[in-house]
Design a protein. Structure first.
Length: 284
């Protein structure tokens, strides 16, 4: 027995120099400070062997919470990890919309239930930090690692601060991440009834030729002319809705080559300014 029962190396066995099947035992007291537990610590004592407790599951094996009536999956990051990696660990995808959709389950009213579903407990921490890229997050208690302080996300916060790749700067903090089952790169296709046309949205800085090729189709002048019937001022909103977005405004129709097009809003990426194609001047 010694005063070393709180060291990171304990419990351990210091092997006898002349009789290697025995030695001195350094026990661990249950009341010791939990900060000194460290799986990666190597004993500095000569001929010493740490006595290790091993779990059947990894620290990296995380729980998934799937709220009723939602396609969303919610997970916690590990320390020093971002939401992109946490979602990929469960074969899911982090994107702007999945983080946005998670807000309803991580605001001041709902965050405690969500954290409980993820196997932890928390006390809400009301502060001016609810608009940070790291929120919603859980700052784990130093001495009791199954609970901590919750930093909720408020629905009124600026949506520009959603970031799948951001890592919390707080010590012992875990971000609470919304994950989607589909990839950002999986685009929706709208096939209007009675038409052979397939309508898609290009990605940023992508041409219609590339967008059509991505779904196994071809962009031609004829297909762009047919598109006019579905992107007039009177029906562009319906077409955009079928592609998973909402026209918040419809701008003046033009015959410019880039029309029809949409411009997504910074404040809400699922709404857009919609620019229809002028049907009276098919200047291709």
């Amino acid at each position: 027995m010694s005063n070393e029962t709180a060291l990171k190396s304990t419990p351990e066995l210091k092997v006898n120099e002349n009789n290697t099947d025995r030695g001195y035992c350094y026990p661990r007291e249950e009341s010791n400070n939990t900060k000194s537990f460290d799986c990666n610590f190597v004993s500095k004592k000569e001929r010493s062997k740490r006595i290790c407790g091993c779990s059947a599951t990894s620290d990296e094996e995380r729980k998934v919470y799937k709220p009723d009536g939602s396609d969303l999956s919610i997970v916690l990051t590990n320390n020093g990890e971002n939401c992109d990696k946490a979602c990929k660990d469960k074969n899911l995808t982090c994107n702007w919309k999945s983080l946005f959709d998670a807000v309803k389950y991580t605001n001041t009213e709902t965050i405690q239930n969500t954290v409980t579903q993820l196997g932890m407990k928390c006390w809400p921490k009301m502060s001016n930090e609810t608009a940070l890229k790291s929120t919603p997050e859980l700052k784990v208690n130093e001495n009791n690692t199954d609970r901590g302080y919750c930093y909720p996300r408020e629905e009124s916060n600026n949506t520009k601060s959603f970031d799948c790749n951001f890592v919390s700067k707080k010590e012992r903090s875990k971000r609470i991440c919304g994950c989607s089952a589909t990839s950002d790169e999986e685009r929706k296709v709208y096939k209007p009834d009675g038409s052979d046309l397939s309508i898609v949205l290009s990605f940023f800085k992508e041409s219609c030729a590339e967008a059509c090729s991505n779904i196994g189709r071809t962009c031609t002048k004829d297909s762009l002319k047919l598109l006019v019937d579905f992107t007039r001022p009177t029906n562009i909103s319906d077409t955009v809705n079928h592609l998973g977005l909402l026209c918040s405004s419809i701008k003046a129709e033009q015959y410019w080559t880039v029309y029809p097009q949409i411009q997504q809003l910074q404040s809400n990426h699922w709404k857009a300014n919609c620019f229809p194609r002028r049907e009276t001047d098919l200047n291709w």
